[in-house]
Design a protein around this ligand. Structure first.
Ligand code: IMP
Ligand code: MG
Length: 181
């Protein structure tokens, strides 16, 4: 029987074991090492908190190029505009001008978050922005932004583990679990 766990009021079942996760991380690391090896510009990885911390750590250990890493958080606050929640990036104190920026995301779902991040990062005038997302829900994606590096494509279900949370819990799980409906 598939392993099940309970978090708060919900039940989840194992869907991606840690061996598969590690293979996907290795794949992205290899692609990045290969694609970036001849780049002369400075390379800065930017992990998006909170969800990407585990993927960022596993990935960054395998990068064999001189590069930096920093982390950003999206602050949500109620805007005065009719559009409701406005999000802005907090934590950029790195000079990104003319650098190669690699955005590290845990998951791209609708792409709204990524869209906000890219728009705001462009303001810092980097030479290039590339996206490395560990998980991707193609059925939920509403944007056109190309995702340069994708670890695993997943169906449009709610998942937790490996950095992803349900109400703050479940980030510590080394595997990925899917909500049992
Ligand atoms: P998007 O803006 O719809 O692409 O959603 C992106 C953010 O929503 C991610 O960075 C996650 O923090 C969160 N998210 C999306 N799908 C899931 C999920 O299945 N489980 C937990 N968090 C999720
Ligand atoms: Mg996230």
């Amino acid at each position: 029987m598939t392993k099940r766990i309970k978090i708060l009021d919900k039940e989840f079942e194992l869907s991606i074991p840690s061996s598969t996760i590690q293979e996907a991380v290795n794949k992205i690391a290899n692609q990045l090492n290969n694609d970036l090896k001849n780049i002369k510009k400075e390379i800065v990885f930017i992990g998006i908190l909170n969800g990407s911390f585990m993927f960022a750590s596993d990935l960054f250990k395998q990068i064999e190029l001189p590069c930096k890493i920093t982390f950003l958080k999206l602050a949500s606050y109620q805007g005065t505009s009719s559009t409701g929640v406005v999000k802005s990036l907090i934590g950029i104190n790195e000079n990104l001008r003319d650098k190669i920026v690699i955005v590290i995301e845990d998951i791209v779902d609708t792409g709204e978050t990524l869209d906000t991040i890219i728009c705001q990062l462009k303001g810092f005038e980097p030479a290039d922005i590339r996206i490395a997302t560990f998980l991707f829900k193609p059925q939920a994606y509403k944007k056109q932004i190309p995702l340069n590096y994708v670890g695993i494509e997943v169906p449009n279900n709610f998942i937790i583990g490996y950095g992803l949370d349900y109400d703050g819990y479940g980030r510590n799980l080394p595997e990925i679990y899917t909500l049992v409906k």
